[in-house]
Design a protein around this ligand. Structure first.
Ligand code: FAD
Length: 396
């Protein structure tokens, strides 16, 4: 492997950094640097700014309005955005569903969905998991029956992130209840459709991003079927693979580690800086080493991806990245001392001016630490990923 970074790629880093300095609104960056969930309005605003710069979809080919960048360039772009505190863009539309749409959808659906995603007008929810179908996703039971030009959908989804603010939910539904994987189809469903009700799930960090979604005789136009009927499992696997490809969350881990470094140097305990307390410096150094290793593993995965590889990189990155995120979060809360015991309420607007107490880097840390307990569950539980890794290495 040759990890010499091309000067043209380094030049892109400089260009992106300068663009962020001049175009990322300060209120978006302030919230982005905290651990609070991003506001949908912020994401829409930021996506529009990126779109106007021609960077609306760093991971899409140019023919669909993307940048056509290499994996390395996308990585550089993501890293700079995260370090600057830019709001995360619509991971669902851009990373998970977009590539599946331009690969499998009809030209009509492509023309309807892709430009709207690019402009920040169409945000996606992922309607896959159900109460008894998470790791065993193929056990899903939400039913879609054909009625003329529509499907009639009945059932329930759970853990649907952003269902209350998204514009479309990519749903897996059963169109043939007799079959398992081969009876699943993929429907794009408008969450405002009559018959849909959405119930919030407040997470352990007191944030609201998760939902239960109920379908009661919801009419969905047949035109909203992605690809072919009963082929949804193939598309779902592609969506999940896209999800795992970035699951190491290196840019996010870098931002969190930078925050931890700042906190251990500024916070004091009994008059001593936290970084000087016994063991702290070594533990921060270990996190640094592990993050470096994760970064190299990610770059290796990206480099080998085009050449074809048999290693289960998606699962490896998911396990290492999610565990690192949790370890950094734990240490940041510990370094905050008394302020780490307090869960600051998630602001509904970007008017973060007066906090009840503590330094300006404290709000959001504990809420995010708690939310990230789920990092080893969402995107495919780590236990299941470990089985995939073991099978691959043991050639089972
Ligand atoms: C914060 C968060 C956000 C989410 N967002 C979304 C979303 O937007 N859209 C969506 O569709 N889903 C979403 N999910 C759902 C997520 O994909 C599932 O929670 C996950 O796949 C696990 O499924 P489950 O919750 O049904 O747990 P289960 O599958 O019931 O697993 C329970 C436990 O059993 C273990 N287990 C299960 N099967 C095996 C096995 N074969 N081998 C070893 N251990 C096993 C698991 O590791 C876990 O510890 C989200 C979940 C969370 C927590």
């Amino acid at each position: 492997m040759d990890f010499q970074i091309d000067p043209a790629d380094e030049a892109l880093r400089v260009e992106v950094r300068e663009f962020l300095r001049t175009h990322l609104p300060a209120d978006l960056a302030q919230r982005g640097a905290s651990g609070f969930h991003p506001l949908r309005a912020d994401q829409r605003r930021w996506q529009r700014i990126l779109f106007e710069r021609g960077w609306g979809a760093p991971n899409w080919p140019t023919e669909f309005g993307g940048t056509g960048w290499s994996h390395l360039r996308q990585f550089i772009f993501d890293e700079e955005c995260a370090l600057a505190g830019a709001p995360v863009t619509d991971h669902g539309g851009l990373r998970m569903f977009g590539p599946v749409i331009y690969t499998y959808a009809s030209s009509e659906l492509k023309a309807r969905l892709l430009p709207a995603i690019l402009r920040g007008e169409l945000f996606w929810g992922q309607g896959f998991s159900e109460p008894n179908a998470g790791s065993d996703l193929a056990a899903l039971r939400t039913r879609a029956e054909r009625d003329g030009d529509h499907y009639i959908v009945n059932g329930q989804k759970i853990w649907t992130t952003g269902a209350h603010t998204c514009d479309v939910i990519g749903c897996l539904v059963k169109t043939n209840p007799e079959a398992k994987q081969r009876g699943i189809s993929f429907l794009c469903i408008d969450p405002q459709s009559p018959g849909i009700s959405i119930r919030p799930i407040i997470d352990i960090g007191e944030g609201y991003s998760l939902n239960e979604v109920f379908f009661d005789n919801v009419r969905v136009p047949v035109d909203n079927l992605l690809g072919e009927e009963n082929m949804g499992w193939t598309y779902a696997k592609a969506v999940l693979e896209n999800e795992r490809a970035t699951s190491a969350e290196v840019p996010l881990n870098k931002r969190k580690l930078a925050q931890l470094r700042e906190i251990v140097q500024r916070e004091c305990s009994n008059g001593e800086r936290v970084i000087d307390l016994p063991g702290f410096a070594q533990r921060v150094a270990q996190l640094e080493v592990d993050l470096r290793a994760l970064e190299w593993l990610t770059l290796r995965a990206l480099t080998e991806k085009s050449g074809g590889t048999s290693l289960p990189y998606g699962s490896l990155l998911k396990v290492r990245g999610s565990e690192l995120l949790q370890r950094i979060g734990e240490m940041t809360v510990e370094a905050l001392g008394q302020y780490g015991l307090y869960v600051y309420a998630e602001p509904e607007e970007n008017t973060i001016t007066a906090w009840p107490m503590g330094p300006d880097y404290a709000p959001g840390v504990t809420a995010d630490f708690m939310y990230r307990r789920a990092a080893t569950i969402y995107g495919g539980a780590n236990e299941v990923q470990r089985t995939i890794i073991a099978r691959s290495f043991l050639e089972l």
